[in-house]
Design a protein around this ligand. Sequence first.
Ligand SMILES: N=CN[C@@H](CCC(=O)O)C(=O)O
Ligand SMILES: [Mn+2]
Ligand SMILES: [Mn+2]
Length: 320
Amino acid sequence: MPSDTPLENAIDMTPWKGRTDPEPHSERWHQKVQPLNGSGAPGCALLGFACDAGVARNQGRVGAAEGPAALRQALAPLAWHRCGPAYDAGDVRCKGDAMEDAQQVLADRLTPLLDAGHRPIVLGGGHEIAYASWTGLAQHLAGRGETAPRVGIINFDAHFDLRDPAHVRSSGTPFSQIADDSQQRGWPFRYACLGVSRAANTRALFNRATELGVLVREDRDFDTRYLNAIQRDLERFIARCDHLYLTIDLDVLPAAEAPGVSAPAARGVSLALIEPLIERIRDSGKLRLADLAELNPGHDIDGRTARVAARLVHLLTLND
Ligand SMILES: N=CN[C@@H](CCC(=O)O)C(=O)O
Ligand SMILES: [Mn+2]
Ligand SMILES: [Mn+2]
C-alpha cells in the first residue's frame, strides 16, 4: 500500500492511552502501537471489525460492534514484553445489515497485510468475522499461487457455527461457508472446534461436524486429566496443516470469566486451560492470522471480557 494513501490519517489513535511509568523498561502497549502506514517492518497488525449484523441475523444480543474499541482500551495499559512492532490498522465498520459487504472489505484489508508479512489479529465483532478472516487468508494464499494449501482452522468456541447458510448467513454460519468455499476451491477443509457445549448445539450441528470430519472436543473434555490427550490431538491436527487460522469466540469461556458476549456459557472452559493450547498454536510457526469474536461491552461486567480478550492478544503476540 503506498504511504501517501489517507489510511494513516483515518486511523484513530486516541484509544492508545494510559499510565506512563518513569522507570526504564516500563513500556505499555499504548506507548508502542503505531498507526499502520504501509512502510513498517512486519509485525502484529490489529484490525477491528465493528459489526453487529451477524449476531442480529442469528437472533443474538447485539453490541459486538463496540468490541474493537473496548478491546483496544483494555489492551492499551497492558505491559509491553515484545520485540517486534505492533500496528493499529484501523477498523472496518459494517453499515446496517450489509454484512457481506463488510466481510469482503475486511478480507480485502487483510490480504495486503498478509502479503506484507504482518501477522494480523482481528478484533470482533460477531463470529461472522471468521468468514471474512478466512477470505482474506484464502485470497493471500491463492495470490501466492498455492493450489491446495492445507489450512487448519482452530476455533475455541462453545458453538460449532456450522449452521446451514442456505437459510440465512450469520454469526452462526461462518464455518459452513468456509467448508463450501474450500470445496469450490478444491482445498481441504480442516476444522477443529474446541470447547463445544453439547447442550448448546443441536444434533443437526453435531451431525454436520461429523460429516465434515471436524476435530471436536467438548467443554466437559477439558479436564486436567485429559488435557495432555487434547494437546496431543491438537499436535496431530497441526502437523497435518501448512497454515493455521486461529479464531477465539469468547463465549467458550465460563460466563463468570466472559459475561460480555451474546451467548454466555453455562459451563465453559477456563482461560487457564485454554492458554497452554493457544501458546502451542502461537509457537507452531504456522499461525498466519487470528481473531477474537463476540466481545459485547454492553453486557460486560467491570470490563472482564475485554480484559480477557486483551490478555489473549497479549499472549498471542509474546513470541516476536
Ligand atoms: N456465533 C454464535 N453462534 C451460536 C449462538 C447461539 C445462541 O445464540 O444461543 C449459534 O449460532 O449456535
Ligand atoms: Mn460461540
Ligand atoms: Mn462462535
